[in-house]
Design a protein. Structure first.
Length: 542
């Protein structure tokens, strides 16, 4: 969501800068691990896999059997794109965002070179290399496909391409995948794909935010934020998955999700953490998909949700599934999914601030695609996330306010410890002007300025009577900071701390409902957080 009248770069520009660094982040494949038990800045060895189990709140995880050696298999250090080539030289998209292993994936590709290959990489730990090659095609005949069209009052960019092949997924483990297109000219692009888990009981579920990826996708000149002139007034009201992603094809995944996947997969090999993979659209489509899940992990930028997804996640939380929001601005936009010529749930509808133009306005308030906190059927996101999105752009230090919390175990944090540049570019706040689940423990309370007004960014943890614990990092830079391979000036001990806190949360949440063992110690009165947010007035958000 862009801010009006800030006089600075648009939100699209900030997000574009972040996505543009993805190739750099993808190439930063040095060994890693969670922070060590010594001084706050110490780490475990960085050559090969870390040794010794870092102390943490979920010590019982050490006895958990290793389910699969997948994360410890050798990887392929050459998985990252080396040459994007010219615009339009090769690009493509998958005919489905997720499939079960064994289901074919229609692949749509347009290329100027006559030949290309497709290589499938599963993202993970893989002895520090970050990805494993699971499949490669023979040479496929390329060719330019039809020009895209911009359809109707919604300004929806779509293609009418023919599939070039079906990708077999036989025996592919559930996980996050990148299909790399390699033209014989040397040009390369990614196509993201999720091999989803058929069930999630007993697992830590990693969710890919496909709707958010598509909302920011400018391929064809339109996104949910801009049109060809760059103006908000020309934006699309509906965006189709029937088109490639701009840039390298997977910028948002690489920026906001990959590092968390890598750490979780490392923990799966080291501690036997059981993982499952889904997309937000999978959750929306299946009310029982999260039945029995130990935890759901929402990654760094998870802004666009359908009402059905929110309802299913809320029901899972109330049944005891823990939730970790490793970002900010989660569940801010209400969307509607519709079919396209390629398949179901491939059109993401979101009118945002123009919700009165939504055809369902005045007919079905719960489905009108306004922000969750505004418009008809207003239902602020904080009732689930614990925090409320306030705004952007900011760059501020993360200031610890509850150092004795279990999430900071092994980090050496003290009250007032500052982690420079960790809060940004968007942030959340615990704001009593909106619904706040109690008890809630404000873990960090970070002073900042937004549009000339003072405010705070908050990381928080709350617990529920049904047993669930809910952690929210409150900053969009959390996943970016896990390995220190992203920009923003994040360095020093910050990646160690973020990595350790994330590992503490994943280990604790993997053991089932967290409230009994790790109750939130309500400190909202001590923080003295006041209601109201002049810096982040919803009227300033596009």
């Amino acid at each position: 969501m862009e801010l009006r009248g800030t006089g600075g770069p648009s939100r699209r520009a900030f997000i574009g800068l972040a996505a543009g660094t993805a190739a750099i982040g993808a190439a930063a494949l040095a060994g890693d691990g969670v922070a060590g038990s010594g001084s706050p800045g110490s780490t475990v060895p960085v050559s090969g896999a870390p040794t010794g189990r870092a102390p943490g709140p979920a010590a019982s995880a050490a006895a958990r059997p290793v389910v699969t050696p997948e994360s410890e298999l050798p990887g392929d250090e050459h998985w990252a794109i080396r040459d994007l080539g010219a615009a339009g030289e090769i690009e493509g998209y998958a005919g489905t965002a997720s499939v079960l292993a064994g289901e074919p994936v229609p692949l749509f590709v347009s290329s100027r070179p006559k030949w290309f290959t497709v290589t499938a990489y599963r993202l993970g730990w893989y002895q520090g290399t970050g990805a494993r090659r699971v499949w490669r095609s023979a040479a496929l005949r390329g060719g330019a496909q039809k020009a895209f069209t911009v359809e109707g009052a919604t300004s929806t960019v779509t293609t009418n391409w023919d599939p070039v092949t079906d990708i077999p997924t036989d025996d592919w483990p559930a996980g996050a995948y990148l299909l790399r297109l390699d033209a014989d000219s040397g040009a390369q692009r990614y196509v993201p794909l999720t091999i989803r888990s058929p069930a999630t009981a007993g697992a830590v579920v990693l969710k890919s935010s496909v709707q958010t990826w598509q909302a920011y996708n400018t391929w064809g000149g339109y996104s949910l934020y801009t049109g060809p002139s760059g103006g908000y007034g020309q934006r699309s009201y509906a965006v189709s998955l029937d088109r490639p992603y701009a840039g390298n094809g997977a910028g948002m995944f690489l920026t906001y999700e990959r590092n968390a996947v890598r750490l979780a997969e490392y923990l799966a090999g080291r501690d036997g953490l059981r993982l499952a993979y889904v997309t937000g659209m999978d959750i929306a489509a299946d009310p029982s998909l999260l039945d029995g899940a130990s935890a759901l992990v929402s990654l760094g930028h998870d802004e666009y949700w359908t009402p059905a997804e929110r309802a299913h996640v809320t029901a899972a939380r109330d049944a005891g599934t823990n939730i970790a929001f490793l970002g900010a601005n989660a569940m801010f936009r209400r969307t509607r999914l519709r079919p396209t010529a390629v398949g179901g749930d491939r059109l993401v509808v979101c009118y945002k601030t123009s919700y009165m133009s939504d055809p369902l306005y005045g007919k079905d308030a719960a489905q009108v695609t306004a922000d969750f906190r505004s418009g008809p059927g207003a239902d602020p996101e904080s009732s689930l996330t614990g925090t409320i999105y306030e705004g952007y752009p900011v760059d501020a230090a993360f200031v610890v306010s509850s150092p004795s919390s279990w999430v900071f175990a092994g980090t050496g944090m003290r009250a007032g410890t500052r982690l420079p540049h960790l809060v940004g570019v968007e942030y959340d706040r615990v704001n009593p002007a909106y619904p706040v689940p109690r008890p809630i423990e404000v873990l960090s309370h970070s002073p900042l300025w937004l549009n000339g007004a003072p405010s705070y960014g908050d990381c928080a943890y709350y617990t529920r009577p049904g047993g669930a614990g809910v952690f929210n990092s409150g900053t969009m830079r959390w996943v970016e900071a896990i390995y220190g391979d992203q920009p923003h000036g994040i360095g020093g001990r910050t990646p160690d701390v973020v990595r350790r806190v994330t590992a503490n949360v994943l280990r604790a949440f993997a053991d089932g409902p967290a409230a009994a063992k790790y109750p939130a110690r309500d400190n909202l009165a001590v923080i003295r957080e006041g209601a109201g947010a002049p810096a982040g007035s919803p009227g300033n958000l596009q």
